[in-house]
Design a protein around this ligand. Structure first.
Ligand SMILES: Nc1ncnc2c1ncn2[C@@H]1O[C@H](COP(=O)(O)OP(=O)(O)O)[C@@H](O)[C@H]1O
Ligand SMILES: [Mg+2]
Length: 363
């Protein structure tokens, strides 16, 4: 997948912006606060229809405006597309090749970018919910049935919660029945994904870092230990816990409580990772996802690397460049200084106050 042109209108500090990109590595450089991360964010919105910095789309509109838009020409597997996204008051309108996209799932099932940014890492580190959302986003892409499973789960969760609050004991059983069928399917998909990642992850990690520690990704479905993912056991368990759930007024068990975590030589991230280890393991995880998408779906996501020069030590940075240089992904890298290898390896863009001050493609 390649983003060929980008136009921004009133997006953060870009009032009216238009540029072309190279299909290889694009080096975005400029002083702090000029709009480098904002540019990365617009490319992220283009591929995920949400931001990695805020859940409020209105924040993307320029302070003095009440709407913004992103427009891009891109190609995926040889086919060109025009994408137009209008943002207004927390609403988004998406058009693909001139047609309105009714369901965002139709869009996000087809486009993707891999992101490494300090902002996103904070979310991943701190919040189990963000980890689930992060994994769900990839699964929507690699598992064709997954979006529907999650959608069904959210619908059932809403209905059941409302019955729990009304203390409608008898009516809950039918929803527990539905959950018992759904939970093993969600857990199965998540589990398969983690297994696929683990085929790739340790190798990428040792290549990037030169370290011999074993990096692994783990998944624990909330009910797995107690029910072995068996429908009848899940149903009995949920029925047993009905009194407790009624007392609490919400669902206490299920996929919304599942856990994902990383280990280095068996040591769990929260307990033992340093800041630096979070960065390199997360980078390795993102590159593993990149490889999995290429293997399963045959296309290369766009890779967005925000501030990696200040985030990674020189050895890992060089290995990162070497890794992306060997692959066919389009890449965007931001930094405050223009990297010396920008001249030989790609195009560079100097960003200043929401504009491209100079652009090696045009010079
Ligand atoms: N909604 C917005 N409207 C206008 N300017 C914004 C908006 N959001 C952020 N900015 C401005 O964008 C700048 C930060 O841009 P950013 O891309 O984070 O910088 P950097 O180049 O350091 O990555 C700040 O000057 C900030 O005030
Ligand atoms: Mg930045």
């Amino acid at each position: 997948m390649v983003i060929k042109t980008l136009e921004l209108l009133f997006f953060r500090n870009y009032d009216s912006f238009s540029t072309q990109f190279s299909p290889g590595i694009n080096f975005i450089h400029g002083r702090n606060g000029q709009g480098k991360t904002n540019l990365i964010e617009s490319l992220y919105v283009l591929t995920h229809l949400k931001s990695f910095r805020t859940s409020h789309l209105t924040e993307l509109e320029m302070f003095t405006k009440d709407a913004s838009s992103i427009r891009a020409n891109l190609t995926k597997q040889g086919v060109s597309h025009l994408v137009e996204i209008d943002l207004k008051k927390n609403q988004k309108k998406v058009r693909l090749d001139g047609k309105n996209i009714g369901y965002t799932s139709d869009y996000i099932k087809n486009f993707f970018s891999i992101l490494f940014s300090p902002d996103q890492l904070v979310f991943f580190k701190e919040y189990p919910l963000e980890r689930r959302n992060f994994i769900d986003r990839v699964l929507v892409l690699v598992d064709r049935n997954y979006f529907q499973l999650v959608k069904d789960f959210n619908r059932i969760k809403k209905q059941k919660s409302s019955l729990l609050r009304q203390k409608a004991v008898k009516d809950v059983a039918v929803w527990n029945q539905m959950l018992s069928g759904l939970i093993p399917r969600i857990a199965g998909a998540r589990n398969d994904f983690v297994k696929d990642i683990n085929d790739i992850l340790p190798g990428i990690f040792s290549h990037l870092t030169g370290r011999e520690n074993i990096l692994e990704f783990h998944y624990q479905g909330d009910l797995d230990k107690r029910t072995e993912r068996e429908e009848s056991k899940i149903y009995s368990f949920l029925q047993e816990k009905l009194d407790m759930e009624i007392e609490k007024g919400h669902l206490c068990f299920g996929p919304h409580k599942d856990q994902f975590w990383l280990t280095l030589d068996g040591q769990r991230d929260k307990q033992s990772f340093s800041q630096g280890e979070y960065r390199i393991t997360f980078l390795a995880l993102q590159f593993s996802i990149n490889q999995l998408i290429k293997e399963k779906l045959g296309f290369n996501p766009v890779i967005l690397l925000d501030d990696i020069f200040s985030e990674l030590d020189t050895g890992v940075y060089n290995k990162t460049i070497e890794y992306i240089d060997k692959r066919d992904n389009q890449v965007f890298i931001t930094s405050t200084e223009i990297p010396s290898l920008a001249m030989e390896k790609g195009s560079s863009y100097k960003i200043s106050k929401g504009r491209v001050e100079s652009n090696s493609l045009e010079s």
